[in-house]
Design a protein around this ligand. Structure first.
Ligand code: SF4
Length: 502
């Protein structure tokens, strides 16, 4: 017997329910159009000298908008349909291949690239075979933590049969990252196929795509693609005529960076105030509506059809060390050639900066690079021969993160960057932990004072202590990431920091 489509809490035809006042007060952004709004994200901060008036406009805006996913045109002001250059430099264009070849927004276009062939193939196999292929691929999560995807899939598959969920984390809020945005807008069926394959492998019959509010076109395109997939028999009861049901729904976020954290995201879908929750239990055991839930980010899931078609071993042949396969990178407007590029793990940061990005615009001098968002360690120029890999970047205090690459040139003041990142951190804190709720705002204040010439060595010492507290007493990566960022700044840029404190 195939599982029946019983989802008492889910009505696919319903609009998203209104939020309770105590839930709504958590979020920053009203639903509606963001075209024409100026962005205050870190890629726009790095590029503010290109257009100071636009940056001033972003700073005057309330509520703030942190990252529109247009970092290639930073400082950005929401355009209607902006498109970055897209190129594949890996042996296989697994993630960006279709977009580089013109995109596959419709089912017909996706089928020309062999779309849904992996699902057809998988439905002739057992779920265990699909799961084994993902394990063999050594695919790791592309949303930040780099957790082995196969281990997560196995954990959900091992839970007793019953209601299970697959959730795509499309809350790409890390400033500088615009990978998932264009995957959803220009290749939506790859995500849908990846999610159906995941559902088949782990025994789930329902999926959600949690799309951030700042990406309205992505939500629109995905809803149309889901309707196409359903009409073609790839969604709904008896997928592909087999004994397997799977339904999919888009859930639009409400404008909160912290909803990219998994427990927060799931609570957001449930209509609860999305504060971060302590783990365990992990979502793989008790996730959405208390059921086992597989949560992967968009790029992770987009890799899956290729892995199923070509086998896990073929995927694992690419990349290096413990980082296998390819990674999509999004380069900001400081580069001569900003854009979306797919590379194999193992290339150096220097290769990304100099060969892919073509160096910095206007002959700018590289002051540092952030890969994967603002709450991660910065890479100073003397370390750019480090290879792109989870462990390799972690060893220098940085990370792969989401893969957004934000370069800073000589126009960026490092104390100003500290103030910017901690202002973002304080604004987006969920408020659960004291060092994050209060401490990040205090670090912002200390650096604002330092920039005004009104800070002492005692303030700097207080800042160092707050960073330690953030590192030790934060429940989620928001607080610990802020600490990692601050540690890297204090370690690598003492000559810019120390003189600001009397
Ligand atoms: S570290 Fe910050 S965002 Fe994370 S749970 Fe604590 S208060 Fe919330």
């Amino acid at each position: 017997m195939h599982a029946t489509l019983t989802h008492p809490r889910v009505n696919l035809a319903r609009p998203q329910p209104a939020l309770a006042p105590d839930v709504e007060s958590f979020y920053h952004l009203p639903h509606g159009e963001h075209t024409g709004k100026a962005c205050q994200g870190t890629a726009c901060f790095a590029a503010k000298h290109f257009n100071p008036a636009r940056w001033a406009e972003a700073n005057a805006q309330n509520p703030r908008i942190y990252c529109l996913g247009e970092c290639f045109a930073a400082p950005a002001k929401g355009q209607t349909h902006p498109r970055p250059p897209v190129k594949v430099f890996s042996r296989e264009g697994i993630v960006l291949g279709r977009i580089a070849a013109g995109g596959a927004r419709t089912l017909a276009a996706y089928e020309k690239f062999g779309g849904y062939g992996a699902l057809q193939q998988a439905l002739g196999q057992t779920p265990e075979q699909v799961l084994a292929a993902v394990e063999a691929s050594q695919l790791r999560g592309r949303g930040g933590a780099g957790f082995p995807a196969g281990r997560k899939w196995r954990a959900v598959a091992s839970q007793p049969a019953g209601e299970k969920y697959v959730v795509a984390n499309a809350d790409e809020g890390d400033a500088g990252a615009y990978i998932d945005r264009y995957l959803m807008e220009d290749d939506p069926h790859a995500l849908i196929e990846g999610m159906i394959l995941a559902g088949y492998a782990v025994g789930a019959s329902k999926g959600y795509i949690y799309v951030r509010l700042e990406y309205p076109l992505a939500g629109e395109v995905l809803r149309a693609a889901i309707a196409e997939a359903r009409a073609a028999g790839w969604l709904g009861a008896r997928v592909g005529g087999k004994d397997f049901d799977f339904e999919l729904e888009v859930y639009t976020g409400h404008g909160s960076y912290v909803c990219g954290e998994e427990t927060s995201l799931l609570r957001s879908i449930e209509g609860k105030r999305p504060e971060v929750m302590a783990r365990p239990p992990y979502p793989t055991e008790r996730g959405l509506f208390d059921n086992p839930t597989l949560l992967n980010n968009v790029e992770t899931l987009v890799n899956v059809p290729w892995i199923v078609t070509h086998g896990g071993a073929a995927y694992a042949e690419m990349g290096f060390s413990k980082s296998r396969g390819t990674k999509a990178l999004s380069l900001n407007s400081l580069f001569n050639r900003p854009g979306l590029y797919e590379v194999e793990f193992g290339v150096t940061v220097r290769h990304i900066v100099e060969d892919l990005g073509g160096g910095l615009r206007g002959g700018g001098q590289l002051k540092g690079v952030l890969i994967g968002g603002p709450i991660i360690g910065i890479i100073p120029p003397h370390l750019i021969d480090t290879q792109l890999g989870f462990e390799e970047l972690a060893a220098i205090g940085a990370g792969v993160g989401h893969g957004g690459v934000v370069a800073f040139d000589e126009h960026t003041s490092i104390p100003d960057l500290m103030e910017h990142v901690f202002s973002f951190g304080a604004y987006e804190s969920c408020g659960k932990c004291t060092p994050c709720r209060s401490g990040s705002g205090r670090v912002e204040e200390i650096f604002a004072n330092a920039l005004g010439g009104d800070a002492t060595q005692a303030d700097l010492q207080e800042c160092r202590e707050l960073v330690v507290a953030l590192k030790l007493a934060s429940l989620c990566g928001h607080g610990t990431g802020l600490a990692r960022f601050a540690e890297s700044i204090l370690r690598y840029y003492p000559t810019e920091i120390e003189p600001c404190f009397k």
